[in-house]
Design a protein around this ligand. Structure first.
Ligand SMILES: [Zn+2]
Length: 368
């Protein structure tokens, strides 16, 4: 069907509406699957073309999939053709007489609408079941902390500040180790002769490792975002320009650390659990502001990990300071007026104890 449409498209002919049933004689394997599976493919194909004609820039022309990429099919439930036997761990699908033994992640009640069965490129099969249920709400926990500021870092994953203080979240060790193994497997795959048996084996090992890392990372991001949403009522993050940063040198570590995914998870979880999610303006200088006195350090370079405030003498860890500033935004504190030049200021806007300025005596300058 795709081939026919593409050919018509090339010849600038009208693209005809096609049904999969026509092809059953030519390709007898089409008779093995249920009609919903075929029908869904037709609908998806038509949608792909519709999208393309509506917005050619965003939606490219549909193309053929590689056989070894992810494969999937979707089928709909009619007259109980799809059932799950929770006790026996069996999934019943149309046209398959015996139940398929599955590993269940959770039970559910409600009416099954459809199932998508997919095979990932590491050779594993998954069934994703769409269920209509009356009350999809998860249990909501009372927040312990009023607000929380999160600064996404490079060396570590994030610096977090809430009512109870600040802490840094490191990248999980298993992810680091997994990435090292991934590099080795990539190297070994590229050395194998293309199309050989050993190359296929290496490809499978590589695909499995990719799947492992992506699952492990998602698990980490889901658990962290859930914990943060459970604990805090207001969550403040920077509006980092992920797309822009991806074009720079920092690209690899950003792509690896899954920042944009993390922000997406925080956002929708905040909605689910009735929390407030704030992304501050991209130009809010969260790293440059002293959280104690509001002095703005214009000279702060990207690789300065710590800095000393010339106005109040406080030594800052760059990321922790940024997360505190975001936390203060979450508390709705009046916006800090940036101090343009270094001066000794007695005001302490957040009621924090004042420290002696560090540039007055020679001994404390060394500390900075
Ligand atoms: Zn200061």
């Amino acid at each position: 069907m795709l081939d026919k449409k593409l050919q018509a498209y090339k010849k600038k002919e009208r693209i005809s509406q096609d049904t999969p049933a026509k092809y059953k004689d030519e390709f007898p394997f089409l008779k093995e699957v249920d009609c919903f599976a075929l029908c869904n493919v037709q609908l998806q194909l038509e949608k792909a073309f519709r999208d393309h004609f509506r917005n050619r820039k965003q939606f490219k022309l549909p193309k053929f999939k590689k056989k070894r990429d992810k494969q999937s099919y979707t089928t709909n439930n009619t007259h109980n053709s799809i059932r799950v036997d929770f006790a026996k761990g069996l999934l019943y699908l149309p046209k398959i007489r015996d139940g398929i033994s599955i590993e269940l992640h959770r039970t559910f009640d409600g009416k099954i609408k459809s199932v998508t069965v997919s095979r990932t490129n590491d050779g594993k099969y998954y069934a994703s079941i769409l269920v209509e249920t009356g009350n999809p709400r998860n249990k909501v926990v009372e927040p312990k902390s009023k607000a929380c500021g999160i600064d996404l870092g490079l060396g570590h994953f994030a610096a977090v500040t809430n009512d109870f203080g600040s802490y840094k979240v490191e990248h999980p060790k298993y992810l680091r180790r997994g990435e090292e193994r991934l590099k080795r497997l990539q190297k070994s795959f590229s050395k194998k002769q293309k199309g050989s048996k050993n190359s296929e084996k290496a490809r499978l090992r590589l695909a499995r490792q990719h799947a492992y890392i992506s699952n492990a990372r998602n698990d980490f991001l889901h658990k962290l975002s859930k914990a943060i949403i459970d604990e805090n009522q207001v969550v403040v993050v920077e509006d980092i320009n992920v797309k822009g940063l991806l074009k720079t040198r920092l690209a690899k570590s950003i792509a690896d650390s899954g920042w944009s995914k993390f922000l997406t998870y925080l956002k929708y979880k905040a909605e689910w659990y009735g929390r407030t999610f704030i992304q501050v303006d991209r130009f809010f200088p969260s790293s440059k502001l002293c959280h104690r006195c509001g002095y703005k350090n214009e000279d702060l370079a990207l690789n300065d990990r710590t800095w000393c405030c010339p106005a109040c003498g406080e030594t800052h860890d760059r990321d922790v300071n940024a997360s505190i500033n975001l936390y203060l935004v979450g508390l709705g504190r009046p916006e800090v007026k940036p101090v343009e030049q270094a001066l000794v200021d007695d005001r302490s806007p957040y009621g924090l104890p004042k420290k002696p300025p560090c540039d007055e005596t020679g001994s404390s300058t060394e500390k900075c």
